[in-house]
Ligand binder design. Structure first.
Ligand SMILES: Cc1cc2nc3c(=O)[nH]c(=O)nc-3n(C[C@H](O)[C@H](O)[C@H](O)COP(=O)(O)OP(=O)(O)OC[C@H]3O[C@@H](n4cnc5c(N)ncnc54)[C@H](O)[C@@H]3O)c2cc1C
Length: 374
């Protein structure tokens, strides 16, 4: 039986392990953390992500623990609509759930022995067709290596030494899960001056919130909650109520980065997927979705010989994922406008945005099908 080593048990690595096993591969997932776990925040799964989950055989389980968002759009910080669209309903709705639940579902679709925790891969070497990975003082040859080890990928650093490092996008994000609140049934993201807020109801009634602000890289705040109150405490309802309810709530904060485009996702028998290949800003909610697409398409492509399959994967995935990453960064810059002229201009152009144009540009993201199904 053919054997793949996957580095990283995030969304991409677990999904690739499921996809490859369904195609008859034996897999070993090496994860440096002591558990497959991500707590404290939610994730939106757009229709392309849901299609990938269905193809991996776990879509219904994910639906069971999710809310489905229908219509949505953008508002200003006083709550006035700038743009509304039924895009989400047109293409089957977007699921919202806790990240920890998504990871649990993916992990449970694999046999326990497929995942080795507390194991950080420290180096990968290639000599001709031979790949060797190093971890825990062990060096081991690998038939196929999948680098699913995220933004600061060790696989990428080892085999793509000339790749440019991640670039700071100029904004930072807080994420949290707050107690239940009264929320409009239409989901929306609210835009201020270099600041944004998104609120979403989860299946158990709790609220997943993300709050974004332009800030210098690596800014430290003595009290994250006080910083949120200072920035967003005067925004439209129910944002102040949400911020007042945060006693003891875990608040995650991450500076946002994107990875400059790679010229190839493949090096010999090693392949990059997910954030390791194309980390993007979260502005289009597509990082996890494209990692899931990668997993499905990688497993599809590896039907025959490995070298040919990897070339096919690279050809099918690079254009799409790099174009989504570019669009995500452009949209982020637009939405994070902060200047005295830029903000009213952004709001005006958003109000005037034709529905048809919005649909035409967004539909290709959401209607993804694996190439093998076309
Ligand atoms: C604020 C924010 C909001 C987002 N919201 C959404 C959203 O709503 N929808 C969406 O689709 N996407 C969203 N994303 C993007 C999404 O989170 C990522 O694209 C996705 O998690 C990438 O998954 P991955 O498996 O490629 O990488 P990761 O999730 O980074 O997983 C990498 C794994 O590899 C492990 N690892 C790293 N190095 C090693 C090593 N050397 N050895 C062994 N293991 C290693 C790590 O511990 C980790 O478990 C968001 C991102 C951010 C920052």
């Amino acid at each position: 039986m053919r054997h793949a080593v996957i580095v990283g048990a995030g969304i991409g690595g677990l999904a690739a392990a499921i996809g490859l096993r369904r195609r008859g591969w034996e897999v070993t997932v090496l994860e440096r953390a002591e558990a497959v776990r991500e707590v404290g925040a939610g994730i939106s799964l757009w229709p392309n992500a849901i299609r990938a989950l269905d193809l991996l055989g776990v879509g219904d389980q994910v639906r069971e623990f999710s809310t489905v968002d229908g219509a949505g759009g953008f508002r200003d910080q006083r709550g006035r609509w700038l743009f509304r669209s039924d895009l989400r309903t047109r293409y089957g709705g977007t699921l919202m759930l806790r990240r920890s639940i998504l990871l649990d579902i993916l992990r449970s679709a694999l046999p326990a022995e497929a995942i080795t925790l507390n194991t950080a891969v420290t180096d990968v070497e290639r000599s001709g067709d031979q790949l060797t990975i190093a971890y825990d003082g062990v060096r081991r040859p690998v038939e196929l290596l999948v680098g699913a080890d995220g933004l600061r990928s060790t696989v990428r650093a080892s085999l793509w030494p000339h790749a440019r490092p991640p670039v700071y996008a100029g904004y930072t994000t807080w994420r949290l899960i707050a107690p239940p609140l009264d929320l409009d049934s239409d989901v929306s993201e609210s835009w201020g001056r270099g600041e944004r807020v998104g609120l979403f109801r989860l299946a158990d009634g709790a609220i997943y919130a993300y709050l974004i602000a332009n800030a210098p890289q690596n800014t430290r705040y003595a009290d994250e909650r006080a910083e949120l109150q200072r920035r967003f405490g005067q925004w439209h309802d129910p944002i102040p109520q949400l911020l007042d309810s945060l006693d003891g709530t875990e608040i995650l904060r991450h500076d946002i980065y994107r990875l400059p485009a790679l010229r190839s996702y493949v090096n010999g028998r090693a392949v990059l997927i997910g954030d390791a290949a194309h980390a993007m800003t979260p502005d289009l909610g597509q990082g996890g979705a494209t990692a899931l697409e990668d997993a499905v398409e990688l497993a599809d492509a590896l039907n025959g010989d490995i070298a040919g399959g990897l070339r096919t994967y690279d050809r099918r995935r690079r254009g799409r994922t790099q174009s989504i990453a570019r669009r995500s960064a452009t949209f982020g810059t637009y939405a994070q406008a902060s200047g005295p002229l830029a903000v009213p201009l952004r709001n005006l152009t958003t109000r005037l945005l034709p529905q048809r144009l919005f649909r035409r540009t967004t539909a290709p993201l959401l209607t993804w099908q694996p190439r093998s199904a076309e």
